[in-house]
Design a protein around this ligand. Structure first.
Ligand SMILES: [Zn+2]
Length: 280
């Protein structure tokens, strides 16, 4: 999980740009008439964000009994996400906001879409709200899809609001298998409150991050096997450990909770691995 700066796009500007070229007179009038409600929901959303309580938002199948959920969803799909659509520049700005185009939710795959933190199927007034839109890879978006948070603890992390990058919570342990394999897991952080710790666990489990990270490690370890054998021959277990610790430190500086950091940390702490397990 990576933190992103909150988009500074104005909610009203984006909504009005999206509906600007609608030709059906009645639909356009209806959408214009709910603009105020949409702005008020946007500020409620921002308010809930301060205490990480998005789950308090009420589900609905319409906006103010004037515009239906399918009509709002079309505003997003046809008038914001679609190529050449009037709101597409805002969609692109959000989609391109993640450094190196890495999905902030898994911290690994490439951004390909935009995810609605509160899903568009249940929260029609938020379909084009910039702070509800998060750049995402296809898999994370698909897993989250219509997931509605039920309580404070069962909410995935929100890259614009959750600052979880200052303490380590992602760890790994080495399985002494042939070749070495890994289990990634989350540990509570004393500095975080109870619900944030619970949410990190929930995020990690919901997005199946153990499976994703564990599947990356094989090729990575295989790539450094020659180097490790060489170091082991020259300086034994401690020389291997020193190298792995340096690799961990490099990754830690870059992203304290990257799977690469957790992997190198686990490797350097494993006597079995440092003393030849890399050849297993
Ligand atoms: Zn992802």
């Amino acid at each position: 999980m990576r933190v992103l700066p909150k988009p500074e796009l104005n909610a009203q500007t984006v909504f009005l740009a999206c509906i600007n070229k609608i030709r059906k007179k009645q639909l356009k009038e209806n959408l214009e008439s709910v603009c105020e409600i949409i702005m008020s929901d946007a500020s409620t959303y921002d308010q809930y964000s301060l205490s990480s309580e998005w789950y308090l938002f009420d589900e609905s199948d319409n906006v103010d009994n004037i515009v239906t959920q399918p009509e709002m969803e079309k505003v997003y799909t046809n008038r914001m996400a679609k190529k050449g659509a009037p709101g597409r520049k805002y969609y692109d700005e959000i989609k391109q906001s993640s450094p190196f185009n890495i999905c902030p939710l898994c911290g690994h795959r490439t951004v390909e879409q935009v995810d609605h933190y509160l899903p568009k199927s249940k929260f029609p007034s938020l379909v084009v709200l910039p702070i509800n839109l998060i750049p995402s890879c296809e898999k994370c978006n698909k897993i989250k899809l219509d997931d509605v948070p039920k309580n404070k603890e069962e909410q995935t992390l929100h890259p614009y609001y959750d600052n979880v990058i200052e303490h380590q919570w992602l760890f790994a342990e080495v399985n002494e298998t042939s070749p070495a394999s890994f289990r990634f897991y989350v540990r509570d952080v004393d500095e975080f409150d109870h619900s944030l710790n619970k949410r990190i666990h929930y995020h990690f489990k919901t997005l199946e991050l153990n499976i994703l990270y564990a599947s990356q490690t094989g090729a990575f370890v295989s790539d450094i096997t020659y180097r490790l054998s060489d170091l082991h021959e020259k300086g034994g277990i401690e020389e291997v450990r020193k190298y792995l610790q340096e690799e961990e430190e490099t990754r830690r500086r870059c992203n304290i909770n990257s799977w690469q950091r957790a992997m190198f940390q686990a490797l350097s702490e494993s006597d079995w691995f440092c003393d030849g397990g890399f050849n297993a």
